[in-house]
Structure formats: structure tokens, C-alpha cells
Write a new protein. Structure first.
Length: 453
């Protein structure tokens, strides 16, 4: 059907949506709603597309690249396996995500561990699993990782996360000297104490228990303009050259983070991996030439761009209510049709948290009715419980209709909650005409299991 739907979606002659060759009516009957539905072939296709595009583009300028799937977008054991089978590594951001990757038998060497406040337990687990890289985020943490590595008698492979002053997201990027956020260490000098990033890199080099792999930068999420990646890469490569001058160590690796933007609405244009890979590769090759340094090996960490479009959420409509509203200026009145579904902000917090826009369609049948301006809402006890702010739906939308929201694969399940004691929906994979449960639906017993009475 085209973006924002996964590549494996289509409509049957009677109007029903199919995904991965499976009729959504059958999915709803078998697994219930709400449900997260994941198109396995689409996930694999995007994972491959990112890997092959970046390998080709960076190969063409004479270096290599590793693609880490950012598990925070959605991590289940099967999803981690798919990523690995498609030649990706896995980026984790907590002990829990690390546990999923390990359960999926992703080799430790192919796992990265992030986080601005990792616990001793998380760091030890990473060291014991032999993770390929721990991305350190502060001076305190450098000391902590060094102490724990000494305790275990190992050398910890680390990258230092830096802030380049380049923020991106949406359609533009901005560059500032000092970013006002918790992640990373600024490349820009502070007073007469020098640059926090340089100080951290030098601190790592002083520790025999640490091996400095390289420099990491992540500039934002849902980025649709590749200029931000190039601007940040330039800053990181300059820092790498400065470090070589100061210490004699030219680090081997540079990670440019994730953030590759996708289509959420019909008409949105996602970043094209081939295009963006070529732009970044050519740009970093030029920068290294200007700096007179060899090219490092690169890595990237896309999450949303791999799993976002592969997912949709299937709901059942419960109530339909026309509400007469006046526009903000107190002017003309119009009718907005409130369509309530059987989930809401507990299975997708993004509209409430970020004002994120989504697209929805009635997917269990066709309709010849005109469309009306609708707002899809959930069943939670607050008016901000919005699933889709604004969408045209058939005027005959009614209780019992199946409704799907597109492109919910990333940051839907992974940010889900049990607000109002709603059980979290299952994650159902579809492929080749069959469905299987990756994560089962929570039950009331699950919800009560932790309650000690
Ligand atoms: N690498 C690092 C270090 C990150 O912090 C992130 C996202 C990624 C990779 C993956 O970014 P992606 O390719 O998925 O954009 N919850 C928000 C997004 C927060 C992302 C945080 N870090 C959302 O729902 O839009």
C-alpha cells in the first residue's frame, strides 16, 4: 500500500487489510486486539537495506561500517535474532535490553551498551558478557568502568560519547556551542578547563583497564535532513585528529548514532539509506583528507528506521461520538468524530508525549461512505489519551470495526505502560501468510503478580 504502511501490506477485494500475507480479521480473531503486528520481511528488508547501503558507500571511500540495531525502538528475542541474521549488531541501553540480546544469543562482541547512568551491575554484566563496546558518558563513569574492569581482571572496550553541538530532528538541525542535555561530553572548551570530551578521552587513555575504541555521537531522532549527520561527523573527526595530536593515539572507530527518519503519514518522505549513506561517506572522506588523517571504521545505530515502518497496531473500535467543537479563535463550529479504540496512551505514548502524528484506516472492510474528520482516542481516564490527532475516516465507522495505525513499530511497545491497569498488547509477527506470538498479551494475573497485597 505504500508508506507509511509496511511493504508487506495490501487490501483484499473486500477491503480487508493483509500484512505479511495474513488477513487482519484473522489476526484479530486469533490474537485479540489491541495487538502490535510486526511484518518480519519488512523488518529484515530494512535491516538489510541499511547494512548494504552503508557498507557499499563506506566501502567505496575505503573504510568499513558496522550497523547496530538500536534495541530501544523494540527489542524482543526474535527481533534481536532477526537483526543478527541480517548482519546487524545490537545496541542496548540498559541491563534489561542487554539481557534480551544475550537471550537471543547475539554474541557479546556484537553488542554495545549505552546509558548515561549505568549501574555497577549493568557494567559488570556487560563485562562478563564480553560486550564489544561500552559507551561511556561521564568522567565518573570512566572511573567506575575502570574499577569494575580491574575487579574482573579484564580490559573494557570503551567509546566516549561526545556532544558536538549539532541537534537534529524533524526537518532541520541547529548547532550550538553547548547543548543543554544530559548525554555525552561537550567537544567545546569550558572556561580554562578545556573540552570535557577531550578530557574524557585523555582520562580513558590513562587507564590500563580501558581500551579506547573511539568516539560516539548521536544527534537526535526522526531526522529527515542528512546535513546534521555530516556536520556532527566533521566535529567528531576533528576531535579525533586533535586527540591524535595531543596523545599520539588516532582512535580506530567513530559511531554516528541513529536517528534516521521515517514516514508516519501518507506523503511523508523517509530518509533514503542509499542516499544518506553516500552523502555521509563522501563527506567524512573529504573531512579526513582535509585533516590529513586516515579514515576510521564507522558505525551507526538506526532503530526507528528498521522497525518503525514494519509495525502497525490493530485496534477494535468501541464507541463513535460526534463532538461539536469551535476552533481556537472561538470562530466556526465543526464536528469532530471521536473514535474510541480498545487501547490508547498505554500502548502508544508518542502522540501524548511528543504530539506525534500517525495515520489510521478502517481495515476490516471497505466503505463507500464519505469521510469525516476523526480523532482516534483510547480508553484511558484522561483527555490527552489520543492515538491519532487528526485523520479522515469513513463516515460509517462504527463499533466493532477494526482500525489499524501505521508505523507504530518503533517506540510503541518499548514505551508501553500499564496505565489504568491495562494489560500490554502482544507483539505478533507475520510472515509468509502465518502469524506467531513474539511477546504474549499480558493478563490480569501478570498485572497482579507483583502486587504483594
Ligand atoms: N543511538 C543512540 C545513542 C540513541 O540515543 C538512540 C535513540 C538511537 C541510537 C536510535 O535512534 P533512532 O534511530 O531510533 O531514531 N522515544 C523517542 C525516541 C528517543 C530516541 C532516543 N535515542 C521517540 O519515540 O521518538
Amino acid at each position: 500500500m505504500g508508506a507509511p504502511w509496511s511493504s508487506g501490506t495490501g487490501r483484499l477485494p473486500d477491503g480487508a487489510l493483509t500484512v505479511g500475507g495474513v488477513d487482519v480479521r484473522g489476526l484479530a480473531a486469533q490474537h485479540g486486539t489491541p495487538a502490535y503486528v510486526l511484518d518480519e520481511a519488512d523488518f529484515r528488508m530494512r535491516a538489510r537495506a541499511y547494512r548494504t547501503a552503508f557498507e557499499a558507500a563506506f566501502g567505496a571511500v575505503g573504510t568499513g561500517v558496522d550497523v547496530y540495531y538500536a534495541g530501544k525502538a523494540l527489542l524482543t528475542v526474535a527481533v534481536a535474532r532477526w537483526a543478527r541474521e541480517e548482519g546487524l549488531r545490537v545496541d542496548t541501553a540498559s541491563g534489561g535490553e542487554l539481557a534480551v540480546a544475550l537471550r537471543a544469543e547475539v554474541p557479546g562482541a556484537g553488542i554495545g551498551l549505552h546509558g548515561n547512568n549505568k549501574s555497577d551491575a549493568e557494567i559488570l554484566r556487560a563485562l562478563d558478557a564480553g560486550v564489544g563496546r561500552i559507551i561511556v558518558d561521564s568522567l565518573v563513569e570512566i572511573e567506575r568502568v575502570a574499577r569494575l574492569a580491574a575487579e574482573r581482571g579484564v580490559v573494557a572496550p570503551v567509546m566516549v560519547r561526545v556532544t558536538t553541538g549539532v541537534h537534529a530532528g524533524g526537518h532541520e538541525y541547529i548547532a550550538t556551542a553547548h547543548e543543554d542535555q544530559k548525554f555525552g561530553l561537550s567537544v567545546n572548551p569550558v572556561g580554562d578547563t578545556g573540552s570535557p570530551a577531550m578530557n574524557a578521552l585523555l582520562a580513558v587513555l590513562k587507564h590500563p583497564e580501558l581500551k579506547l575504541l573511539g568516539i560516539h555521537s548521536h544527534i537526535g531522532s526522526q531526522i529527515l535532513d542528512p546535513d546534521g549527520f555530516e556536520a556532527a561527523a566533521r566535529v567528531v573527526l576533528r576531535l579525533r585528529a586533535d586527540l591524535a595530536e595531543r596523545s599520539g593515539v588516532l582512535v580506530d572507530e567513530v559511531d554516528l548514532g541513529g536517528g534516521y527518519g521515517i514516514a508516519y503519514l501518507p506523503g511523508d518522505v523517509a530518509l533514503d539509506p542509499e542516499r544518506v549513506a553516500k552523502d555521509i561517506a563522501q563527506s567524512v572522506a573529504g573531512v579526513c583528507q582535509d585533516l590529513g588523517t586516515s579514515l576510521p571504521r564507522f558505525s551507526i545505530e538506526p532503530g526507528r528506521a528498521i522497525v518503525g515502518p514494519a509495525g502497525l497496531t490493530l485496534y477494535t473500535v468501541g464507541t463513535v461520538k460526534p463532538v461539536t467543537v469551535s476552533d481556537a479563535g472561538g470562530g466556526a463550529e465543526f464536528v469532530r468524530t471521536y473514535v474510541s479504540v480498545d487501547g490508547g496512551m498505554s500502548d502508544n505514548i508518542r502522540p501524548a508525549l511528543y504530539g506525534a502524528a500517525y495515520h489510521a484506516e478502517v481495515v476490516g472492510r471497505s466503505s463507500a461512505a464519505d469521510t469525516v474528520l476523526a480523532r482516534v482516542v483510547g480508553k484511558h481516564c484522561e483527555s490527552g489519551d489520543i492515538v491519532v490527532h487528526e485523520v479522515q475516516l469513513p463516515a460509517d465507522v462504527r463499533a466493532g470495526d477494526l482500525l489499524a495505525v501505521a508505523a507504530t513499530g518503533a517506540y510503541g511497545r518499548s514505551m508501553a505502560s500499564n496505565y489504568n491497569m491495562l494489560p500490554r498488547p502482544p507483539v505478533i509477527a507475520v510472515s509468509d501468510g502465518a502469524s506467531r506470538v513474539l511477546v504474549r498479551r499480558e493478563s490480569e494475573d501478570d498485572l497482579l503478580a507483583l502486587d504483594q497485597g
